[in-house]
Design a protein around this ligand. Structure first.
Ligand code: HEC
Length: 180
């Protein structure tokens, strides 16, 4: 027995309404992949420092200030003066073309600004993001000083840090065809 035309139309309209209604109800919850990030939360994560110094915060510090921080918060893992600890060698490396070279900031890293970025986002290993910007400038200055790259009282800040040229700056090959 075939359904009258009006009955079929009514059922079709009901199905459309149900689908539409279900869509409307599901929309506010979304696929439950997380919650929107607030402006303050995303600002706290916006800590990239680029090789040219873009992104460096205000603040300053010298190697003299940084030595105390290093000795109390870094030396247990990295050794006195950045060498001889269980974690990576930070200073005192042999020549890179020697038989067993250690890659240090002085003989390997291309940019001084990356030291600031790396320490800010991940060190000390047991308490990352615990240092203030002044403390990070200071400990960065200390790491540069024990590598013989700046003096004990040379102030590191957003202007001076990018000006420190690391010896291995040109020691890398650019592998992206679009790079100049
Ligand atoms: C609990 C141990 C520990 C402490 C404390 C610690 N580090 Fe590290 N650090 C490590 C380890 C392990 C690595 C290697 C991590 C990796 O390669 O991802 C590392 C890597 C580094 C590097 C990169 C080395 C490289 O050439 O790849 C730097 C720079 C650094 N630490 C600086 C610091 C500074 C500055 C402090 C103190 C504020 C500090 N660390 C405290 C364990 C530690």
């Amino acid at each position: 027995m075939s359904m009258p035309e009006t009955g079929r139309k009514a059922i079709a309209a009901l199905i459309v309404l149900c689908l539409f209604g279900a869509g409307l109800q599901a929309a506010p919850e979304g696929p439950r992949l997380g919650k929107p990030l607030s402006g303050a939360d995303s600002a706290a994560m916006d800590i990239n420092v680029f090789p040219d110094g873009h992104g460096l915060p205000a603040g300053k510090g010298t190697a003299t200030d940084g030595k105390t921080i290093y000795d109390t918060q870094c030396a247990t893992c990295h050794g006195p003066k950045g060498s001889g600890g269980s974690a990576g060698e930070l200073a005192g490396g042999s020549a890179l073309d020697g038989p067993h070279p250690d890659q240090t900031i002085g003989n390997y890293w291309p940019y001084a600004t990356t030291v600031f970025d790396f320490v800010r986002r991940s060190m000390p290993l047991n308490a990352p993001r615990s240092l203030s910007d002044d403390q990070i400038y200071a400990v960065t200055a200390y790491l540069l000083q024990i590598n013989g790259l700046i003096g004990e009282t040379t102030e590191m800040n957003a202007k001076t840090l990018p000006e420190v040229r690391l010896p291995n700056r040109e020691g890398f090959l650019r592998i992206w065809p679009s790079s100049p």
